[in-house]
Design a protein around this ligand. Structure first.
Ligand SMILES: [Zn+2]
Length: 376
């Protein structure tokens, strides 16, 4: 693992600026908890137009499941019906009660600004509010940058009055330990195939340990999204984080594997996981009617019969993403038609603003919050 060059001026600025940051009165906001959910490498095309006919019909879709059976589940000639077949919670609930950015077919642009469109730079951009040329490189294996020299909004929030120790990070990808700089941030990270020791062994725990130990991951140290979800739902029974990050990885993994049928399956599961999380949290007094979800992706992918598998500067269009929000402070404008372009970098300040915190006072490089709160 490559060691990063720590730019101390940036850390110093973060520390000094944080000390003098003014805290906006959160009284006007109903939100008390924020959940940032990321589905790795899920294209805007699938979110807004559902399954891609050309990939269902052509062997280049790499499908093992028959096209006929996939079409039965995920195809309709009407794009509005088709996308709902793939992501029912997104289109039945979020599109009615929240907002969605990124459908280029209706003039909505959402993009990464890091210039490389792969995972670590994307997570860094959304979590710190700005791209970083030290990380946004193509001359090294980009995801192997090492511990993030930048302070993520979750690390920053975790030190704020009233929010101390109230952040948590769940994810299938083991390298979130670097993205969130675990050794510096001391965030509660439950990522990859690590299971922390417990002093209360139960049959459920023994089963989980066995599955973690014996399931073949797609990438070293990675677990299936369903494992992340099971742990997260258990965790919420006894822990009530106010800033929660959840990273699901299969939408990217199956893309690289060239399996369009399993991308569709993974997107459908992702939608189910978000639905499940929403219903679970709305049933809890700590979260009911005071929790906002932001759902997005770290990068897009290429298009056509070949480039859909990969992402990066070679695959044109990989910079295009999508962002959805739902919560008590998000006006129900649904799918946005022709709004101002938005950027991935705006997510960090949005997470903070929803909790009544001004992240930009601490990190001036960070982009302004997304226009999803009432009155902004
Ligand atoms: Zn990828």
């Amino acid at each position: 693992m490559r060691r990063p060059i720590i730019h101390s001026w940036l850390l110093l600025c973060v520390a000094l600026c944080a000390a003098s940051a003014s805290v906006p009165a959160p009284a006007q906001l109903k939100t008390r908890n924020v959940v940032l959910i990321v589905s790795d490498g899920l294209r805007w095309q699938e979110v807004f137009t559902g399954a891609d006919r050309s990939l269902l019909d052509d062997p280049k879709g790499g499908m093992w499941e028959s096209a006929a059976s996939l079409k039965k589940r995920f195809w309709d000639d009407d794009p509005a019906a088709r996308r709902r077949l793939l992501m029912p919670f997104m289109w039945d609930v979020i599109a009615k009660q929240g907002q969605l950015f990124g459908n280029q077919e209706v003039g909505s642009i959402a993009q990464v600004t890091n210039g490389v469109a792969y995972s670590y730079p994307g997570y860094n951009e959304m979590l710190t509010g700005h791209p970083d040329p030290r990380i946004d490189r193509t001359d090294i294996d980009g995801n192997n940058y090492g511990p993030n020299p930048n302070v993520t909004v979750f690390e920053w929030l975790n030190g704020r009055p009233g929010l101390k120790g109230r952040s948590a990070v769940f994810g299938s990808w083991t390298w979130f330990t670097d993205v969130f700089n675990e050794s510096r941030s001391h965030l509660d990270l439950r990522v990859g195939s690590r299971l922390p020791p417990t002093d209360k062994p139960t049959p459920r725990r023994a089963l989980l340990e066995r599955l973690y130990r014996t399931t073949t991951g797609q990438e070293e140290g990675e677990v299936p999204d369903s494992f992340v979800q099971a742990r997260l739902l258990d965790y919420l029974k006894t822990n009530h984080p106010r800033a929660l990050f959840v990273g699901y990885g299969e939408t990217d993994d199956w893309g690289h594997a060239g399996r369009y049928d399993l991308i569709l399956e993974a997107v459908h599961h992702l939608d189910l996981f978000v639905h499940e999380l929403w219903v679970t949290m709305q049933s809890m007094p700590e979260y009911r009617d005071k929790t906002t979800f932001i759902i997005t992706t770290d990068h897009g992918r290429g298009s056509g019969l070949v480039d859909w598998k990969e992402h990066g500067i070679e695959e044109k269009g990989s910079e295009n993403i999508w962002i959805a929000t739902i919560g008590p402070d998000t006006p129900p404008l649904g799918e946005r038609h022709g709004p101002p372009a938005v950027a991935q970098a705006q997510i960090a300040a949005t997470v903070a603003a929803l909790l009544g915190q001004d992240y930009r006072s601490a990190v001036p490089l960070a982009a302004a919050p997304l226009p999803v709160l009432s009155g902004n």
